[in-house]
Design a protein around this ligand. Structure first.
Ligand code: ARG
Length: 463
């Protein structure tokens, strides 16, 4: 008889080898081991406090669990497929180390409330780590932005030149997105931080446990009020994947811009050798692999979110083995988001250089000051819609003669409308066009400096 068998004596046969592999989660849930140990230690302490096991027994269990932690950290705990999952692996090793007392650990507990506890402890940790990665990227954005308050870059709508903006303003837009990501993770953390331990398999337990005590030891904010919900809720994992997906949306948008900017058509940035790759056949190529990979990885994180939503939608209460599928999705999302945030931080920090000459040329070569001509007239009392139409005509004529608005003579301006004076030239110079958009949150330099200050203050306050 297999001494490692998991099930009660009801079972006589053993699993088909292929089914054992199919069923096992140890290959990936070993990732949870430290949280499993921590959760079990709290459970053992609770069992002693409530008199369900003796203090000596609890101490033996805790010591045994800590020994497993050391073994794991030293690389000496490598359970195989026959252990099925991390929970069985730990319990069996514990019993090897401390003998039969180890068999008392699972009193008043099920793997269902256990795995839910582990996953929440894991995510709580990962959320804090990802928040730190977000802060690092935000700091890099601020660093770049502070060097480029008065660098101008074409602003686009519909990917058509619209109005020039401060490059810092453009970069700080991403700071704001990441700030929402940071906040969203804090909100997800608060709902993740609810303890299912003590829900048992599904219905609670006959033992007089103290759920609030074990929850407190594990620094949970609250306990699940309903055991069925406690063992089967994965809302927090879905919310987490949603937060990860939005982070990837933001990284992917920035990546897409960098890829465009690095193209010969835009030419707004150059890639430094530390973050670019070449082609195996075309010697002239320098490729933006890093932002392309980040953009590509966004898809897999969205996929994990979708996988969990679909996995959950048909599940009757309470625990179902389908839930084992949550882990690889969550683990992979965590790894992908972290590595993508890190890569983007390095890319912004040292992988790109803004070509300021080209940017300056770009904002001087188009009609993105047309709105400012209309505003000029509107400020002199001409109704905006009328001014808009007049400037439209001016653009049409300039285009026909291969000129820009700044090339029109004062006479030509006056032909369009007598209200034009010689100050029209300074009013439509790109630097002035940007400076003048000084409405709150706008790209005017004063506003951008304020945004930058606020961003710096926010980072200092939260560090
Ligand atoms: N490995 C399982 C999981 O990840 C642990 C819980 C198993 N519970 C059960 N009743 N089979 O979900």
């Amino acid at each position: 008889m297999n001494k490692n068998k998991a099930w009660s004596d009801r079972f006589e046969g053993s699993l088909h080898p292929a089914i054992a592999i199919f069923n096992a989660s140890i290959g990936f849930d070993i990732e949870l081991i430290e949280y499993d140990l921590t959760g079990s230690i709290a459970h053992a302490r609770m069992l002693a406090r409530t008199g369900i096991i003796s203090p000596t027994e609890a101490q033996q269990i805790v010591d045994g669990l800590e020994q497993i932690r050391q073994e794991y950290r030293q690389g000496n705990f490598n359970p195989g497929i026959e252990q099925e999952d991390v929970h069985f692996a730990v319990e069996r090793r514990l019993t090897e180390i401390i003998g039969d007392v180890g068999k008392k650990l699972h009193t008043a507990r099920s793997r269902n409330d256990q795995v839910g506890t582990d996953l929440r402890l894991y995510l709580r940790d990962q959320i804090s780590q990802i928040q730190q990665y977000l802060r690092d990227l935000q700091s890099t954005l601020v660093k770049q932005a502070s060097q480029h308050v008065e660098t101008l870059i074409p602003g686009y709508t519909h990917l058509q030149r619209a109005q020039p903006v401060s490059l810092a303003h453009h970069l700080l837009a991403y700071f704001q997105m990441l700030e929402r990501d940071w906040q969203r993770l804090s909100e997800v953390r608060s709902r993740t931080n609810t303890c299912p331990l003590g829900s048992g398999a599904l219905a609670g337990t006959t033992f007089a446990i103290d759920r609030h005590y074990s929850a407190e030891l594990l620094e949970f904010d609250q306990v699940y009020a309903n055991s069925l919900d406690g063992v089967s809720d994965r809302d927090f994992a879905i919310e987490f994947l949603n937060a990860c997906s939005l982070i990837m949306v933001h990284l992917s948008r920035l990546s897409e811009e960098m890829i465009l900017w690095a193209s010969q058509e835009f030419g707004f940035i150059s890639l430094t050798d530390s973050c670019a790759t070449g082609s195996s056949i075309m010697p002239q190529k320098k490729n933006p692999d890093v932002p392309e990979l980040i953009r590509g990885k966004a898809g897999r994180v969205f996929g994990h979110l979708q996988a969990l939503l679909v996995m959950m939608k048909g599940l009757p209460l309470a625990y179902n083995k389908d839930l084992q599928e949550d882990k690889e999705a969550v683990f992979d999302a965590v790894k992908t988001v972290k590595i993508s945030l890190e890569a983007m931080t390095i890319l912004l920090e040292e992988g790109i250089e803004f070509k300021t000459n080209r940017l300056n040329q770009a904002v001087n070569e188009d009609f993105s000051n047309a709105t400012d001509v209309a505003d000029y007239l509107a400020q002199k009392g001409i109704p905006f819609r009328e001014a808009y139409n007049l400037v439209g005509k001016a653009v049409k004529h300039s285009l026909a003669s291969g000129k820009l608005l700044k090339d029109l003579s004062l006479e030509q301006w006056k032909e369009i409308h007598t209200a034009f004076e010689s100050d029209i030239y300074s009013a439509i110079a790109p630097q002035q066009v940007v400076a003048a958009r000084n409405s709150y949150g706008g790209t005017g330099f004063e506003q951008v400096r304020q945004q930058l200050q606020d961003a710096i203050a926010l980072l200092q306050q939260s560090s």
